[in-house]
Design a protein around this ligand. Structure first.
Ligand SMILES: C[S@@+](CC[C@H](N)C(=O)[O-])C[C@H]1O[C@@H](n2cnc3c(N)ncnc32)[C@H](O)[C@@H]1O
Length: 402
């Protein structure tokens, strides 16, 4: 499902030149075929995580650069696209992220839950929800001006649901309920659902969260019921770790897939603030650990901090790679107003000669109209933020240790 070309069009060639990536390694163009619906196979359609990459990209990287039984790392796992693909291809996988929402999602999307057990859980939640008294319901944690984002009735409805989920003791059921709940939060809020960024939309709020919650839960329960009930020897290991730091127990990976936030697109603790707060994680606790970017402020001069954080993260990953392992870095450059910000090239420069990583290939990701990220980038171009994205996949090999 990926069209690969080694001949670039003139326009594609110009993008590579603009990014100053010509002549460093062979260049390819990849286009992911398929609609967003067809790409939501397996559990990929569980929860709308903004800025995820298309699953066939993870699939191709894993199939080409690792073998069954190998261990794959995704240190900025987001919604767990790598985890789902790695397990389905018979690899073990370690996922890390600074966002607790991400880690929850990674577990849910890779954990089988039998349909009958899910049905039982939703019935219990329904019953408990009705019994929650008005003053006893949960509230979002660490969310400033919650009343700006939620109608008073919605706050109560979400609060009752959250309280009704809490007593569920089985971890896999509870986490599945939590993800369906998290996916409901944005939909019933007064924020638009089309973009990652939070903008007020007066018409979108829903007073009663239960119908959306039940609909999402049913959809997600159907998807996880189809996962294999046991992955045998394969492991999913979920670790709460800032990619910039070194883990206490380093491992050896055959492949790392690294997909950081874009320089000027999303700050995940902000765009997922509503969900984080309702799950009980103050967004402010996540923020200090995130890669520093230029979200909202649109200041090109912040690129130095971004490049420095990302380079630190890459060097930390490099330390855990086996000899000759592959690191695939997916990142994009941006325009801020008229200025092209070539963060990709700057990361390469900062990695420098001291690193074991040598650039093997430069892939230009050519988006299709159906890709949500492309649609979003077009929308952003027409507003004041003035961001467009050029996506690259840099494929590195880790040289043998000296
Ligand atoms: C572009 S998303 C990854 C999306 C993922 N590839 C997918 O398909 O869902 C980037 C992720 O990096 C995480 N992140 C940001 N700073 C981080 C850091 N310092 N360490 C680990 N994760 C970080 C964010 O929370 C976010 O989930």
């Amino acid at each position: 499902v990926i069209e690969v070309r080694t001949e670039l069009t003139e326009r594609e060639g110009r993008l590579v030149d603009l990014a100053r990536l010509r002549g460093l390694a062979p260049v390819e163009a990849w286009t992911v075929q398929g609609t967003s619906r067809s790409l939501a196979y397996s559990t990929h359609g569980v929860f709308r995580y903004f800025g995820k990459f298309p699953p066939p990209i993870a699939e191709r990287l894993i199939a080409n650069f690792s073998a069954p039984g190998d261990l794959v790392l995704d240190p900025m796992a987001g919604s767990g696209t790598t985890a789902v693909e790695a397990l389905s291809l018979g690899r073990g996988v370690v996922v890390r992220d600074v966002s607790p929402l991400s880690l929850l999602l990674c577990r849910v999307k890779t954990t089988h839950v039998a349909w009958e057990r899910a049905e039982g859980a939703i019935a219990r939640v329904r019953e408990r929800e009705r019994a929650v008294r008005p003053t006893e319901h949960a509230l979002p944690v660490g969310l400033r001006n919650a009343e700006h984002w939620f109608l008073p009735e919605t706050m109560q409805s979400l609060g009752r649901l959250r309280t009704a989920i809490e007593p569920e003791t089985d971890r896999s059921l509870r986490e599945l309920l939590m993800i369906a709940f998290a996916s409901t939060v944005r939909r019933v809020s007064r924020a638009t659902t089309e973009q990652g960024r939070l903008f007020l939309d007066h018409g979108s709020a829903q007073a009663d969260a239960l119908p959306t919650f039940e609909q999402r839960f049913t959809k997600y329960a159907r998807a996880v019921a189809k996962l294999p009930s046991s992955s045998g020897e394969l492991v999913l290991s979920v670790e709460e770790l800032d990619a910039k730091s070194t883990p206490s127990e380093p491992r050896r990976f055959r492949l790392a897939i690294v997909h950081p936030p874009y320089f000027n697109n999303y700050k995940y603790s902000s765009i997922n603030a509503l969900e984080l707060a309702w799950l009980g994680f103050p967004p402010k606790a996540v923020r200090p650990h995130e890669i520093r970017e230029a979200f909202k402020v649109g200041k090109p001069e912040r690129a130095a901090a971004y490049v420095s954080d990302l380079t630190r993260a890459l060097l930390a990953v490099e330390a855990e790679l086996e000899d000759d392992a592959v690191l695939a870095l997916m990142m994009g450059d941006t325009f801020i107003r008229e200025e092209y910000v070539d963060v990709t090239r700057r990361v390469l420069t900062e990695l420098g000669a001291g690193s074991r990583l040598t650039l093997d290939r430069v892939v230009l990701r050519v988006p299709k109209y159906t890709e949500a990220s492309w649609v979003a980038s077009q929308r952003r171009r027409s507003d004041r933020v003035g961001v467009t994205l050029n996506d690259f996949i840099l494929i590195f090999r880790a040289r043998t240790r000296a």
